[in-house]
Design a protein around this ligand. Structure first.
Ligand code: TXA
Ligand code: MG
Length: 323
């Protein structure tokens, strides 16, 4: 059983677990994280074991703010300060050179370290009360969907972690944007809630956004964020034709697709209509896939989302989920 922690007492219990070198799932504004003391090799090893994650996949270290950054990173560029001032606490992760004393267990063997100050008030309080830096990957089993509610954590991690602190549904529903600041050319290595334009406005320079996020680190694998059901991406016509001859679920965003499915008499229980805006679509993506899994569908037909930069974070997750 995973203990569901709530209130002040729950928060104190979460801190106690962390101080005993164990993992606990905590809410962030992006997705739920599986947290452990980033300075303890034993605690960090517990994260890898609970997730079934290969030990060479680097973790993000969470801190309360910019003033903590020097304890973990070195040669911190001015760009990091600018971005932290603009976006922390919030869904932005900075990739920096790691400080020499930081164990490579947390960085998956790399000389770089990913750092973020999360915006969720409960996570912030846990950081403050514990005084720790917390390594925290998404609180799911390796390659599975990231959880956006405590119930989803419990469903995925039963028997693998002692507890989850309930902070309600996540505000963004997709993982943080990661920007690599270790070279002269700031580069987005994972799209997320904070868009390239917003980063460029703060930095006053170009930020690279590779069409595919293929940084040469493990942890950035093609098959990721996967529901149990198979995902099949189709345009509206293809989706409607396929839906007619199958019992698969349909996940659409356009009214055209929704109406065409209705016109065919497809049962409403098979159809999920998400927003036609990328932010709200991203917010509901993992939850919807999770619910369709729970309903037992073996296949999900996904209406192809627009190929524009505003959809980069959603498209990255959908590509990996359907890989
Ligand atoms: O929103 C988020 O970032 C969530 C919440 C819990 O904070 N965390 C999260 O962690 O998504 P995780 O472990 O699921 O994804 C972290 C990714 C890794 O897969 C890897 O691609 C990248 O961050 N990363 C971390 N450290 C890195 C490093 N030193 N070099 C390159 N990439 C790194
Ligand atoms: Mg993850």
């Amino acid at each position: 059983m995973v203990e569901l922690l709530t209130d002040e007492a729950g928060l104190n219990r979460a801190v106690e677990i962390l101080q005993a070198d164990e993992c606990v799932a905590l809410p962030t504004e992006t997705v739920y994280g599986l947290a452990a003391d980033a300075a303890s090799e034993t605690a960090v090893a517990g994260i890898f074991a609970s997730k079934g994650r290969p030990s060479d996949h680097p973790l993000i270290v969470h801190i309360s703010g910019f003033d903590q950054l020097e304890s973990w990173a070195t040669n911190i560029p001015t760009s990091a300060k600018l971005l932290a001032e603009a976006f922390w606490p919030g869904p932005l992760t900075l990739l920096l050179e790691k400080a020499s004393h930081v164990s490579k267990v947390v960085t998956g063997g790399h000389e770089t370290i990913a750092m973020r100050a999360p915006g969720h008030p409960l996570f912030h309080q846990v950081l403050k009360v514990s005084g720790l830096g917390l390594a925290a990957p998404s609180a799911n089993r390796y390659k599975k969907l990231s959880p956006t509610s405590a119930a989803q954590v419990i469903s995925g991690m039963a028997g693998r972690i002692p507890a989850v602190l309930d902070g309600g549904p996540c505000e963004f529903g997709l993982e943080s944007t990661i920007i690599d600041l270790t070279s002269d050319q700031p580069t987005i290595v994972r799209s997320g809630p904070i868009a390239r334009e917003a980063l460029e406005a703060v930095l006053g320079c170009d930020v690279l956004l590779p069409k595919q996020h293929n940084v040469a680190v493990p942890g950035n694998v093609e098959a990721h964020y996967q529901p149990n059901a198979r995902l099949k991406k189709l345009d509206v016509d293809g989706l409607v034709t396929y839906a007619k001859n199958s019992s698969s679920a349909c996940m659409v965003f356009s009214n055209a697709a929704k109406e065409a499915l209705q016109g065919l008499g497809i049962d409403a229980s098979r159809v999920r209509k998400l927003s036609a805006e990328p932010g709200p679509y991203g917010h509901d993506l993992y939850r919807t896939l999770f619910e369709l899994d729970q309903a037992g569908f073996e296949e999900i037909l996904v209406e192809q989302t627009p190929d524009s930069e505003a959809w980069a974070a959603v498209n990255d997750r959908l590509n990996r989920a359907s890989s």
